[in-house]
Design a protein around this ligand. Structure first.
Ligand SMILES: [Zn+2]
Length: 451
């Protein structure tokens, strides 16, 4: 399809331009007063500002249906892991996973996301591949880009949640075989890829032995896949590294080949200056997830020190069970606010926060032609409707969505030049169908938990 988007009030990083021409999956022209060509569908972008689609670099979309679990409301990370995700996920069916994913993608599309890295860790020795297939299927149906970070554990480890719920880990051989099967079925290497797989044991400190981590890293690099995991969300990772390996957690990551420009970690809240230097020198990135870090009382990642040291920075929503949301708009807004509160009024600015949530995140995920509105880039675009009541009275409309946060309204979104949101609603997902199926599936989940 060919589209001509005309008369936008503002285009991110292209302030003098008003029009964008799309041919197929790409932006082919940006300008002012562009003439309509034959065969083009014209989109009236008056009263909109256009951003690149947001790139969410850390999520657990399965958690969309286990938000606000009463026992987990006031717990820290360790206790919450045992009482929320590890209690519920062994009871997930492919049907529940499918509708959980649809809900997660629905909320992300409504908050301006066009690419989502989902850290999917519902794997154990006897797991069903259909749980993973359900996420791929849901993403393809709604039209969002999916980078599936393939989690799981190859050791039972110290985790109370795994022990309590009798979750039997995969062997390293089984995990690698299954990852390879998924890579063959889903991973795309084309320039316009909408599906990518990442090697992502759930946490490098607790989910795998050192030798297993080296095997994961070696497999990933042999197949040009990226590596992702949780690290240093809380102090426990550092304590474990010191006790088990007599080195810091970041030194441990280095010792098992888990640092580099093809690696990014979620959280990194408890990093020291020395950790940050090692991470920066290796080009290792962070997925900053401020809402979840606040919600679980984990702390605030030293993002400004990371930026100043030259670390790649991106933003993620983390799992909805520790954020009660999957809104990139909320995370970007909170990033802007938190780090000004911590670092002062000159600490960061709106444009930098948008950069972290778009171009910087896309680069981290290996989406090379995503994250900027430029000729030749993939047409992953979001037209924010600035007639929305939250933006009334704002003078600097260009940054209204980031300043105002949720709720917001999107006039239209595109992924690879294909419309996915129109009039505020995802095009390929009816809300009534979503809620009806979620109600049924969540009741069945409750029944299984009580049985
Ligand atoms: Zn996480």
């Amino acid at each position: 399809m060919k589209y001509l988007i005309k008369n936008a009030d503002y285009i991110f990083s292209q302030p003098e331009k008003t029009d964008i021409r799309i041919d197929g999956s790409r932006i082919i022209q940006i300008g002012k007063n562009l003439l309509i060509k034959e065969g083009e569908q014209v989109i009236d972008a008056e009263n909109t500002i256009i951003y690149p689609g947001f790139v969410n670099t850390h999520h657990h979309i399965a958690q969309s249906v286990i938000k606000g679990i009463p026992t987990g409301l006031n717990q820290n990370l360790s206790a919450w892991l045992a009482s929320v995700p590890y209690t519920y996920w062994p009871h997930f069916t492919p049907e529940l996973m499918y509708w959980a994913a649809k809900l997660g993608f629905y909320e992300q599309l409504r908050s301006g996301v066009t690419s989502c890295a989902d850290h999917h860790y519902l794997y154990h020795k006897n797991t069903s591949q259909e749980l993973e297939d359900a996420v791929w299927q849901a993403a393809a149906e709604v039209g969002i880009k999916l980078v599936l970070c393939r989690g799981g554990a190859t050791v039972r480890g110290t985790h109370k949640g795994m022990q309590k719920n009798n979750i039997e880990p995969e062997s390293i051989d089984l995990a690698l075989k299954r990852i390879d099967d998924s890579r063959t079925r889903y991973h795309q290497t084309t320039a316009d890829a909408t599906q990518k797989i990442v090697v992502a044991p759930t946490t490098i400190m607790h989910s795998a032995k050192a030798d297993d981590l080296k095997s994961f890293a070696s497999y990933a690099r042999n197949h040009k896949l990226r590596l992702h995991s949780h690290l240093l969300e809380v102090d426990f990772d550092e304590q474990t590294a010191q006790e088990k390996y007599q080195m810091s957690a970041v030194q441990f990551a280095q010792s098992v080949d888990w640092l580099g420009p093809d690696v990014w970690f979620a959280h990194l809240v408890k990093t020291t200056n020395s950790d940050i230097n090692v991470l920066a020198q290796s080009g290792t990135g962070i997925a900053h997830c401020p809402t979840s870090n606040c919600r679980l009382g984990s702390g605030i990642a030293p993002l400004l020190k990371m930026r100043d040291a030259g670390m790649p920075i991106s933003i993620g929503v983390d799992g909805s069970a520790s954020a009660e949301a999957a809104s990139m708009l909320q995370e970007i807004n909170l990033t802007w606010l938190l780090h000004r509160a911590v670092g002062g009024a000159n600490a960061t600015h709106l444009q930098e926060c948008v950069h972290w949530a778009t171009e910087s995140g896309a680069k981290m995920l290996g989406l090379d032609n995503v994250g900027r509105i430029e000729v030749g880039q993939q047409a992953d675009l979001v037209l924010w409707d600035i007639t929305h009541y939250r933006y009334q009275g704002i003078h600097e409309k260009a940054y209204a969505p980031i300043m105002a946060g949720e709720p917001a309204k999107i006039k239209m979104s595109f992924v690879n030049g294909i419309p996915v949101v129109k009039g505020g609603e995802p095009i390929n997902l009816r809300y009534s169908e979503l809620t009806q199926n979620l109600t049924e599936q969540i009741q069945l989940l409750k029944n299984r938990i009580c049985a």
